[in-house]
Ligand binder design. Structure first.
Ligand code: NDP
Length: 260
């Protein structure tokens, strides 16, 4: 049976933070399923190399955009709209982190994290959302984090930004449902990428992860593709304002070392 329920073929999909890591894997996952994908990030050369590597049945288009820059966001939304005539799915992946004790954060460091992870996501969703509202159609997928379950020590501005992402997700879902625009999120667990490689190369952290993750492993970027395809497709047509945890079970509860 050829099932259209989960199809994303023919969609125009914009992935912010599509040059590396999770965004790159999602861009490849959609391109392989016949979507026309645009990847955005800060450096054109990196984006071009990624686009060459992952271009599937339809070419992947690189477009430069620093989501900390509101003008660049407007220009990106306009450029994608001009080239492809519409945006069916926006995936907000662009994100950064700084790991420090809370009392040592400077205002600049705080703004760096919040401007990219939260303000950038809000403004890009707003710019693309306006176009989706006009068409009475579209889906937005925001990448959250385990900080949406409970904050992690050492990354408090990041936790604040991701809690804000959950608020944006639910808030835009409330306001845009009447226009046929759905807004959902994915909260990934611990995924091995450039952002986290140093952390997970520490044997103590590896042991801690195995002990605290029901599925007993780190996530891989490919683990997130299924949830994103689901949220972008008709399979989730009656879902909006939700955050799906794809975390190996970390947020299911607390594991403790008792013998049963
Ligand atoms: P990476 O560091 O591997 O990738 C980050 C991506 O964001 C890159 O494509 C980068 O592109 C882009 N980016 C960063 N800053 C900007 C900016 N100002 N404008 C546009 N693009 C930008 O990280 P991950 O793949 O691990 O993380 C991706 C997302 O997933 C983030 O939102 C992160 O918070 C989230 N996440 C990650 C988890 C993990 O364990 N890895 C767990 C939970 C959530 P470039 O540098 O080329 O501009």
């Amino acid at each position: 049976m050829h099932d259209e329920l989960f199809s994303v073929a023919g969609q125009v999909v914009l992935v912010s933070g599509g040059s590396r890591g999770i965004g790159r894997a999602l861009a490849e996952g959609f391109a392989r399923r016949g979507a026309q994908v645009v990847i955005a990030g800060r450096e054109l050369a990196t984006l071009e190399a990624t686009a060459r590597d992952i271009g599937g049945e339809l070419p992947v288009t690189p477009m430069r955009c620093d989501v900390a820059d509101p003008d660049a966001i407007q220009a990106l939304a306009a450029a994608v709209h001009e080239e492809f005539g519409r945006i069916d799915t926006l995936i907000n992946v662009a994100g950064v982190n700084k790991r420090k004790r809370v009392e040592t954060f400077t205002p600049e460091e705080f703004d760096f994290v919040l401007d990219i992870n939260l303000r950038g996501l809000f403004l890009l969703s707003q710019a693309v959302g306006r176009l989706m509202i006009e068409r009475r159609q579209g889906t937005i997928i925001n990448i959250g984090s385990l900080n949406n379950y409970a904050p992690l020590k050492g990354v408090i501005p990041y936790a604040i930004s991701k809690m804000g992402v959950a608020a944006v997700t639910r808030g835009m879902a409330l306001e845009w449902g009447e226009f046929g625009v759905r807004v959902n999120g994915i909260a990934p667990g611990f995924i091995l990428t450039d952002l986290t490689r140093k952390l997970w190369s520490n044997p103590t952290m590896q042991a801690w992860n195995r002990a605290n993750t029901p599925l007993q492993r780190l996530g891989e970027v490919g683990d997130l593709v299924g949830a994103a395809v689901f949220l972008a497709s008709n399979a989730s047509a009656f879902m909006t304002g939700q955050m799906l945890f794809v975390d190996g079970g970390v947020s299911a509860g607390t594991l403790w070392p008792i013998e049963l």
